[in-house]
Write a protein of this length. Structure first.
Length: 134
């Protein structure tokens, strides 16, 4: 069962104000589950749609908590799974409903203190980008 967040917790994860998240709930921009007491709870996966699309903030502000680097292909998402095996680790990052998998050292996972549910950014570095038409 996916983790359910209180509106205040969801607002903190998205970097927006509590009143804004309440408006999103009332405007049905954000899907919620109601508790038996009538309180809104937000499935963690529902936030994935908004992590990568924080257009209300200028780019330098969005990247404030990440290292300053020349690469511009930073995709912000939520860590859904980490598998550590020996020297290597597999980290899955959910970005807007899509999953990116990265293989990094297990030392890097430990040094960064990564865990499932954390917000992180994937930095895509490539000299070629291919487009496929379905």
């Amino acid at each position: 069962m996916p983790a359910l967040l209180k509106p205040k917790e969801a607002a903190i994860r998205l970097g927006i104000s509590y009143p804004t998240i309440k408006q999103w709930i009332y405007q049905h921009k954000l899907k919620t589950v109601k508790t038996t007491g009538g309180h809104h709870r937000i499935p963690e996966g529902e936030l994935d749609r908004f992590l990568h699309n924080q257009r209300s903030k200028p780019i330098p502000e969005r990247r404030q908590s990440y290292r300053k680097i020349s690469g511009r292909n930073q995709l912000v998402g939520r860590i859904t799974e980490i598998k550590v095996s020996g020297l290597m680790a597999q980290v899955k990052l959910s970005i807007g409903g899509q999953v990116i998998t990265s293989i990094i050292t297990s030392d890097a996972v430990q040094e960064m203190g990564l865990k499932a549910g954390d917000t992180a950014a994937a930095l895509i570095k490539s000299t070629e980008v291919m487009i496929v038409r379905p």
